[in-house]
Design a protein around this ligand. Structure first.
Ligand SMILES: NC(=O)c1ccc[n+]([C@@H]2O[C@H](COP(=O)([O-])OP(=O)(O)OC[C@H]3O[C@@H](n4cnc5c(N)ncnc54)[C@H](OP(=O)(O)O)[C@@H]3O)[C@@H](O)[C@H]2O)c1
Length: 300
């Protein structure tokens, strides 16, 4: 299988580069070699590589900064995925794209299913929704995997931030009114690779029969406070913490340029039924992720 991976330095892309490797030949490209803000540059890449599968792990993900960079955000998150999907269909390549729980406004009160009406609260969510729509309109063999609260042990995310704060501050205030499903980028990448392994020698035909929108996130859900408490409890280097108390806070205590949905957990039943795969409970995944931080002498 010849796979073109777009975005291999991000949280998910970095893991994908590793998990896709067992499927065949992976060409991984990132900014500035490719620039999704100027997607015409991608077309020559597609011609040159002639991929059978294109996996797009790129996105403009800085939710607050997005409010002030609307044109750039829409170019990367909405226009470019649509163009990639069109070109993928033209060259007969299957396409895997990722989207977000931030397409919802968070008022449903129970996990969202794929047919729930989206209603983004911010520029990032609206741009990702338009990206989904552009990919769907292009037709072809495209899977759109909506996920939530992605973390890894690299880059800036809730896990790395909470671990850093615990080493810098005696008191932490974490919001308990934002609720969703934490998703370890490693497992999201592994499930993506397993889908492609099931597709076998005809990824276009196999995925065309299953094309469409799916929710795929860590099972269960929690608040950012509960997530933060679990991170600190599972940190193998707790002796480095100086934090003495963790207090509940509310989103209004931390005014931000972009509003967040308050309850945006995703129901992943459809993905499980169609592909026979699922992500484990968010806490089990977090435990696996955090155990990677053990140093060689601590392993048993
Ligand atoms: N992070 C979350 O909590 C979350 C939640 C729900 C859904 N998602 C979705 O999951 C997917 C993966 O997210 P992630 O957390 O892995 O994102 P990430 O860590 O922010 O990585 C984004 C990737 O996109 C690249 N990129 C940004 N602008 C680009 C441009 N103009 N041209 C080419 N590449 C560009 C980045 O390159 P640089 O490294 O050079 O910046 C990076 O490789 C995205 O579709 C995202 O919307 C994420």
């Amino acid at each position: 299988m010849r796979i073109l991976l777009l975005g291999n330095t991000g949280q998910l892309g970095w893991e994908l580069e590793r998990t896709l490797a067992s499927l065949g030949e992976v060409q991984a490209l990132d900014y500035p070699t490719i620039n999704l803000a100027e997607p015409d540059s991608l077309l020559s890449v597609f011609q040159h590589i002639q991929p059978q599968v294109i996996v797009n792990a790129t996105a403009y993900t800085a939710v607050d900064r997005a409010e002030g960079e609307t044109d750039l955000v829409y170019a990367i998150n909405a226009a470019a995925p649509g163009l990639i999907a069109q070109e993928a269909r033209r060259i007969g390549a299957a396409f895997i794209h990722y989207s977000t729980d931030y397409v919802f406004d968070g008022t449903k009160g129970s996990p969202y299913i794929e047919s729930d009406p989206p209603h983004p609260l911010d520029v990032y969510g609206q741009s990702k929704l338009e990206g989904e729509q552009a990919v769907e309109q292009a037709g072809g063999a495209a899977l759109i995997l909506r996920t939530s609260w992605v973390y890894s042990l690299r880059r800036d995310n809730w896990v790395t931030k909470v671990m850093a704060w615990a080493r810098q501050r005696k008191s932490l205030r974490l919001v308990n009114d934002q609720i969703s499903g934490p998703t370890w980028a490693r497992l999201l990448a592994e499930v993506t690779a397993q889908v492609l392994a099931k597709a076998g020698r005809d990824p276009y035909g196999w995925l065309a029969e299953r094309r469409g929108l799916y929710h795929l996130a860590g099972a269960g859900y929690c608040s950012r406070l509960e997530w933060g408490q679990a991170i600190l409890q599972l940190d193998p280097h707790r002796q480095e913490h100086i934090v003495e108390e963790i207090l509940p806070a509310s989103s209004v205590d931390f005014p931000a340029p972009a509003p967040r949905p308050l309850f945006s957990a995703l129901d992943c039943t459809r993905f499980n039924e169609v592909f026979g795969l699922q992500l484990p409970d968010w806490k089990t995944a977090l435990q696996l992720a955090m155990s990677e931080l053990q140093r060689p002498g601590e392993l048993h």
